[in-house]
Design a protein around this ligand. Structure first.
Ligand SMILES: [Zn+2]
Length: 266
């Protein structure tokens, strides 16, 4: 069980983290459900969770989709699915999402891996991004991996086909039993291999393969900075743990980094 929130990161801890991030050659970030929760999206599991309320998707969801893609699409387009997605549809990026986008603009953060499907990092302006579990707004071709905005695809005939290669189209959100798309995995592996510091925010980093990228950087001698309300499974191996929500901690980190940058230039 995570321990009760004890305190919020001090300014000294934030300064320490800022120095570490600025000293890094290739800082990347790994984010998870905690950041979505701060935008008002309930977690999938646990009390009040979306799956607790609407039922957990089948563990072989991908195989079921492949067996009957038409039915899979009909379920996806049902009003029940709309209701499930409503909290995601109305959510807005929070100051934590905006802070990561600013770190990228400052040239400090080189890449971000998220386990969230809610599109909030993109909407905050993040450009160098891998959505390891997909993006709920996109449709992906299972053959050529191209992604399409939903409006671009006619759903009159189900299942829809890829405009480029006629392959089978599916929601980009990765289903249970579905492999993580190879292009996403490749991008994550490439950036993790270059990285010497990972900011892990709103996730206990125990879900593979995402967790593996952070652990790999640590094993190579890199640093892990955790931003989380609670102690998590990775706290013991983190070089710095900043307690508090991403929306509190990350904007403070960005402010300190910007300040140091200005001081260094003047
Ligand atoms: Zn295609």
């Amino acid at each position: 069980m995570p321990e009760k929130q004890a305190r919020i990161a001090t300014d000294t801890e934030i300064r320490e983290a800022a120095a570490a991030v600025l000293a890094a050659r290739y800082a990347i970030a790994l984010t998870g459900a905690g950041m979505s929760v701060e935008s008002g999206i309930p977690p999938f599991r646990g009390p009040g969770g979306l799956w607790t309320k609407y039922g957990e998707p089948p563990m072989n969801g991908f195989q079921r989709f492949l067996a009957d893609p038409k039915k899979g699409w009909e379920e996806r387009l049902s009003s029940r699915s709309d209701e499930l997605m409503k909290p995601i549809a109305i959510a807005e990026p929070n100051p934590g999402h905006l802070a990561f986008a600013q770190l990228e603009q400052l040239g400090v953060l080189k890449f971000l891996i998220t386990q969230n499907v809610d599109d909030l990092h993109r909407r905050a302006g993040q450009k160098a991004l891998a959505e390891i579990h997909g993006n709920w707004k996109l449709i992906r071709c299972l053959d050529c991996n191209l992604r399409f905005q939903r409006e671009r695809i006619s759903l009159e005939v189900l299942p829809p086909r890829c405009p480029e290669c006629s392959g089978l189209l599916k929601s980009d959100t990765v289903s249970f039993g579905e492999p993580i798309p190879s292009d996403v995995l490749r991008a994550c592996a490439e950036h993790a291999a270059r990285s010497d510091l990972v900011i892990v925010a709103g996730t206990s980093a125990t879900v593979y393969p995402a967790a593996g990228f952070a652990l790999e950087v640590k094993e190579r001698g890199g640093a892990l900075i955790e931003v989380n309300l609670y102690e998590s499974e990775i706290t013991p191996i983190c070089d710095l743990s900043l307690r508090g929500g991403s929306a509190n901690v990350l904007p403070r980190l960005v402010a300190t980094i910007s300040e140091r940058r200005r001081a260094a230039l003047s």
